[in-house]
Design a protein around this ligand. Structure first.
Ligand SMILES: [Fe+2]
Ligand SMILES: [Fe+2]
Length: 481
């Protein structure tokens, strides 16, 4: 690390890696006054920084939320307009048993439906399936393929094994096609793409390729009612890092007590994208980090939270990898015997039309495998991971990167373009707009865990995005202050 060696300070490799990923400058490391900096020194430093930013985690006393007498929430005046697209939710329909025929059916469904999306593009070359390559030799073709393996050749070109429903072949990206070559670095196993190129007896030499992607432009609908949606995820009830004062601040705000009561009064819906509780046995020695070790009591805390919200708000609740559902995706809804309060339980992913706005809600577990496989992605910018999902029209392309249950239908596919894509899981807020879709990662109410510290990953607890549907305005309210 620059600036340390000149001052005679050494740093261990591991410590340097963590310091770099947490963006700790050399001056701050020098201020430790050490001649050799270890991993532990860095972790203590990050912990101090995190604790300075975050309120004490001490259990807050039971909160009472009493709205001011002049609080007139406009959301109370409107009935809900909420439709769940049950066909796109695995709840109650899981048939996957892990047999070979389930995998075959799963991949066939995925390939056929993504192919249909890719077929919507006008092709400059004739379409050719992979069993046709002998006949197509010497000609320019367009083929829709699934990538099964990627490797670099001796000449630093990229060679991929590909398949379609009829055969197997290879495709080659060369440096001569600079743009396609550089975009190909973001491709991973199991991606389905349309390639344009010249067929030879051994491979297609790629000139260009397309991902299924969203249409270039789409009109975003503006809803007629002046209502708002708040987005939450990763509350982690039961964890000793759950920051109750921040969540209490949010509830108090909804009751009209903390600035901008006009906006608070518009909130008619809350979408929660999983990890409601910390769960039990999710990772080794988790019990040491729990204040509540009974899963039912963890969900009882969640119920208390829901019951403290204004009664006119509709709450949509999906599961995450810490919740009491199967780990494999798609995840069915959290069972009703866990959550007793009045909420709409959905699977992950699920598709809901809230007022006029189509929402795709998914916990975001696949972020882990995408960050690990795509060089430009990081946990720091979760919205970029979400855009990669939209480009692929799929929420979890890398099969086996995180657990997938092969259902007959691929529920992870994004067939219908959403107006809003809502993820959680990475504990960091992130937003962007991509081709007419508003992308929201809703952060967390859990402060920095030791595991995250080691990764140099600092979460953003207590920040709640709120979308006003009539004006299409998104703002983030910070309850960590
Ligand atoms: Fe989480
Ligand atoms: Fe998660």
């Amino acid at each position: 690390m620059k600036g340390l060696a000149e001052k005679g300070v050494r740093i261990s490799l591991e410590a340097e890696k963590i310091a770099e990923s947490a963006s700790i400058p050399a001056e701050e490391l020098l201020s430790l006054g050490k001649t050799f900096i270890t991993e532990d020194d860095i972790l203590i430093l990050i912990r101090k920084k995190a604790d300075l930013r975050e309120a004490p985690l001490a259990e807050a006393p039971p909160a009472q939320f009493i709205p001011p007498s002049d609080f007139r929430p406009s959301a109370r005046e409107f009935g809900p307009s909420l439709r769940f697209h049950e066909k796109l939710d695995v709840t109650g329909k899981s048939r996957g048993s892990g047999k070979v025929e389930d995998f075959v059916a799963y991949f066939r469904d995925r390939f056929e439906r993504i192919s249909r999306l890719l077929s919507a593009y006008a092709s400059k070359y004739p379409e050719a399936s992979l069993d046709d390559m002998k006949r197509a030799e010497g000609q320019k073709v367009r083929s829709i393929v699934m990538i099964t393996d990627i490797r670099q050749t001796k000449n630093n070109n990229i060679l991929m094994d590909v398949e379609d429903l009829k055969g197997k072949f290879k495709i080659l990206f060369t440096r001569r096609e600079e743009e396609a070559f550089s975009r190909a670095r973001m491709l991973t196993r199991d991606d389905i793409i349309a390639v344009y190129g010249k067929a030879t007896n051994a491979f297609i030499i790629v000139e260009d390729f397309e991902l299924p992607d969203l249409p270039v432009s789409r009109d975003r609908k503006l809803c007629e009612k002046d209502l708002a949606i708040a987005y939450l995820s990763d509350i982690h009830f039961g964890s000793n890092k759950f920051v109750k004062p921040y969540l209490d601040g949010f509830v108090d705000w909804l009751h009209g007590n903390r600035g901008n009561p006009e906006l608070a009064g518009k909130v008619k819906y809350i979408s929660i994208a999983g990890d409601l509780v910390d769960g039990i046995g999710i990772y080794p020695n988790q019990e040491r980090e729990l204040t509540e070790k009974d899963i039912y009591r963890q969900y009882a805390l969640f119920d208390d939270f829901i019951n403290s919200l204004p009664d006119y708000i509709e709450i949509i609740v999906g599961p995450g990898n810490h919740d009491a559902v199967r780990r494999g995706e798609p995840m069915p809804a959290i069972p009703k015997d866990m959550i007793k309060s009045d909420v709409h339980l959905i699977g992950s992913p699920a598709f809901a039309t809230i007022e006029c706005s189509d929402h795709l809600i998914y916990h975001g577990t696949s972020t882990d495998s995408m960050v690990a496989s795509m060089p430009k992605l990081s946990y720091d910018k979760p919205e970029q991971v979400m855009v990669e999902c939209l480009k692929r029209r799929h929420l979890s392309t890398i099969f086996g990167g995180n657990a997938i249950v092969p259902e007959r239908m691929d529920y992870m596919l994004i067939e219908k373009e959403p107006d809003v894509l809502h993820f959680g899981h990475v504990h960091k807020n992130g937003y962007t707009k991509y081709r007419g879709t508003l992308v929201i990662n809703s952060g967390t109410f859990q402060s920095t865990t030791d595991f995250q510290l080691k990764q140099g990953h600092i979460p953003t607890p207590g920040r709640v995005p709120v979308l006003e549907l009539m004006s299409d305005t998104l703002r983030t309210l910070d309850f960590s202050r």
